[in-house]
Design a protein around this ligand. Structure first.
Ligand SMILES: [Zn+2]
Length: 122
């Protein structure tokens, strides 16, 4: 299942810009420097958790100034539901009124349109 992760990265002071080069690593969708507790935020897309950890490992390995990472894995949307089959259509065999030719549902005893009384079939 594909995973998305937000990776919060703390780097040595003054080096957070280096991490922006991570944009070149496949799977890194976004790499921004931020203010706050962390210095950079990366958005990573991977086909599974294995690939995600490989990508993160790549990043950390290529950037010796990374001091700490925190990975927030996005909760995937539930897989698209199978198309719900149409509500069971109970088989209504309609037939035409011999008088007005309107369609009436099977089992009708009289025409819903003109009131013509059908002969019960025996
Ligand atoms: Zn009728």
């Amino acid at each position: 299942m594909p995973v998305m992760a937000y990776v919060l990265v703390r780097t040595k002071p003054g080096t957070s810009h280096e991490l922006l080069a991570s944009r070149r690593i496949p799977g890194v969708k976004m790499a921004n420097s931020v203010f706050g507790t962390y210095d950079s935020v990366l958005v990573i897309a991977a086909k599974d958790m294995d690939e995600l950890s490989t990508t993160i490992y790549d990043i950390v390995e290529k950037h010796p100034n990374v001091e700490h990472t925190e990975v927030l894995v996005s909760i995937p949307y539930p897989p698209p539901e199978k198309p719900v089959p149409h509500v069971e259509q109970y088989s209504v065999v309609s037939f035409n009124c011999p008088s007005c030719n309107s369609l009436n549902p099977e089992g009708s005893t009289y025409c819903h349109f003109c009131g013509f009384v059908f002969r019960p079939e025996r």
